[in-house]
Design a protein around this ligand. Structure first.
Ligand code: NAD
Ligand code: ATP
Length: 532
């Protein structure tokens, strides 16, 4: 026979071993609240014992009220967390937007610029700024294409640049346009859906490749290289020399690479670098083009250096696989000449921005982020031998509880990396979406999902989790998550533009054919049985 008290005891059972029960934490996860409500429900339905019936009914009612209150608190906290993350995201977008406006006004020069910034900020009247900019760039009128047009104050930071660079320099300007093979127009159709006379139609958007056209030639190149590789070192010094002598470009490298080049020859003293991490934050204002020498990991490294806008990347393949590195290093001269001249096809690779919301954080400043990932954010069991238990929400709707080794939230670029190994689909990198891929789920029906790019995902380690969880970003920066902590992810406003060797689709298909031998099978012989 059931002991009534034992049915409501699970929340008490943890007390003896020093673990705080959810109720003691002041917050319950939805699963444990549901189970305590269920226990009370069951308790109420059992036949009463003589004498203590009234007391028990009263006690059960009280418990039911407490459970309801706790559930409200939990739901309130969950939605407050999500709302805070959403506001933070909006704030970051607004800050980036204002920065962009200020830069645009700076590019006009003169005193009147300040009032223009204010006017544009207050009324969102972009045209006021763009129209004045027309003398310099008629395509900056903002309607159809995206323009990069910046005037920068060089030498303001501690960057190791020559004395002559303490002047206003112009970062190379370019225009992005969307084109379809065989189509003359390079307009990017913003209206995806139209509604005329009651008929809903979608605009024709197939095979629109993004093209980057320089409006002023690129002048500054950042070379990023995989460390500890002799072949990469040799190629790096060769390309640096070529870029200087053949193209007369300014070249930046990492401090480690500058030392390597100087130890090879004092010839390389023209190469520039930076002093500390703070300088890296302003690097995007100087660099027109990034060249990477390595594998996919070097492209991830390049992207991770830019927490905001990323200059176009030309990835040369010196690794074993190379899903994001379509350029063969033997033909670097040919490729770089064509890219510097332009136009070039690019893949705009979306990134995810992630925040860690700590349960114990007293203020928003104690939370961590944003971390930007080009491949994926992974939440797993780390060294723990217990199942992870992760509660997942999508825009405040409960998605599921992940019980298994963990969960991968991947970009479409990352779909061919860890997510693929965990059973996720391969997705063209230009498809806007977020992959929700479980790692070894202990359930037969947990298929991976692909969600739209506009959602905010929240993964919470519930209080009833047996273990802590670990989060990592593109396979790096591993951090521990305690019960109550959450990771909030949404699409970042700064994608990573990578140059294509042919175009986005050809490069993607080539990478899965060459890299994975996708669907490689010997063809059946012609002879043999066949349909009559
Ligand atoms: N089981 C797995 O497949 C597994 C496990 C851990 C990490 N990873 C991946 O490794 C990435 C980190 O890469 P790294 O080079 O710094 O580490 P690494 O040196 O351990 O290389 C990991 C491998 O993943 C490949 N890779 C990276 N990004 C890719 C992509 N977008 N598409 C296809 N393959 C890709 C690399 O080419 C490399 O072969 C992580 O973001 C994660 O996706 C995969
Ligand atoms: N400039 C860099 N500084 C520090 N670490 C880097 C740099 N470039 C790459 N890495 C790291 O080196 C590791 C290996 O790089 P990468 O994947 O490019 O080479 P690989 O392993 O030889 O290529 P593949 O994975 O295709 O075999 C990655 O973890 C990457 O983060």
């Amino acid at each position: 026979m059931h002991n009534r008290h034992s049915q409501i005891s699970p929340s008490n059972s943890s007390r003896g071993n020093g673990i705080r029960s959810p109720a003691e934490n002041g917050c319950l996860d939805s699963t444990s609240v549901l189970s305590s409500e269920k226990s009370i429900e069951e308790l109420m339905q059992q036949p009463p014992l003589q004498g203590i019936e009234d007391n028990l009914v009263e006690f059960s009612e009280a418990l039911r009220t407490i459970a309801k209150a706790l559930r409200k608190v939990t739901e309130g906290k969950a939605s407050a967390q999500a709302e805070a993350a959403e506001w933070r995201r909006k704030f970051e977008l607004a800050t980036a937007h204002n920065l962009l406006l200020e830069r645009k006004v700076l590019s006009l020069g003169g005193q009147s610029s300040r009032s223009n910034v204010e006017r544009a900020k207050n009324s969102d009247d972009h045209a006021a700024i763009f129209n004045q900019n027309n003398d310099q760039c008629e395509l900056c009128s903002g309607e159809d294409d995206i323009c990069a047009h910046e005037v920068l104050r060089d030498g303001e930071t501690g960057l190791d640049s020559t004395p002559a660079s303490h002047k206003m320099t112009r970062k190379a300007s370019f225009k992005l346009s969307w084109y379809c093979k065989g189509e003359k127009s390079d307009r990017h159709t913003h209206d995806v859906v139209s509604f005329e006379k009651g008929n809903i139609t979608t605009a024709e958007r197939s095979s629109k490749q993004i093209s980057l056209k320089w409006e002023s030639p690129p002048q500054t190149v950042l070379m990023l290289t995989k460390p500890n590789s002799t072949s990469v070192k040799i190629l790096c010094s060769e390309i640096v020399r070529w870029l200087k002598e053949q193209k007369n470009l300014t070249i930046f490298v990492e401090p480690r690479v500058k030392s390597e080049l100087l130890s090879e020859s004092s010839y390389y003293s023209f190469v520039q670098t930076w002093l500390d991490d703070k300088d890296v934050q302003t690097l995007h204002t100087k660099i027109d083009l990034i060249v990477t020498l390595g594998g996919d990991g070097t492209v991830l490294w390049a992207a991770s250096m830019f927490k905001g806008p990323v200059p176009p990347i030309v990835p040369f393949s010196l690794g074993s696989l190379g899903f994001m590195t379509p350029f063969h290093s033997e033909h670097y001269g040919e490729y770089l000449t064509s890219i510097i001249h332009g136009p070039l096809s690019i893949t705009l690779r979306h990134r995810l921005q992630c925040h860690i919301i700590r349960y114990e954080a007293k203020s928003d400043d104690e939370n961590e982020g944003p971390m930007l990932v080009l491949n994926e954010v992974t939440i797993d069991r780390g060294i723990s031998s217990f199942l992870t238990n992760l509660e997942c929400y999508c825009d405040n709707s409960f998605v599921t509880c992940v019980q298994g080794d963990g969960l991968i939230l991947s970009t479409t670029s990352g779909s061919t990396a860890y997510s693929l190994a965990a059973g996720g689909s391969m997705v063209h990198p230009q498809v806007p979406g977020i992959l929700f891929t479980p790692i070894c789920p202990h359930s037969l029906s947990f298929r991976p999902l692909i969600l739209p790019e506009y959602v905010t995902l929240r993964v919470v380690v519930p209080f009833n989790s047996r273990s802590q969880a670990w989060v990592s970003f593109d396979g790096k920066d591993r951090k521990q998550l305690a019960p109550g902590d959450a990771v909030v992810c949404s699409m970042a406003p700064w994608p990573v533009p990578t140059a294509c060797q042919v175009d986005s689709t050809s490069d993607f298909l080539r990478s899965i054919h060459d890299g994975l031998h996708w669907n490689l099978r010997k063809s059946q012989a012609f002879d043999g049985p066949r349909d009559p």
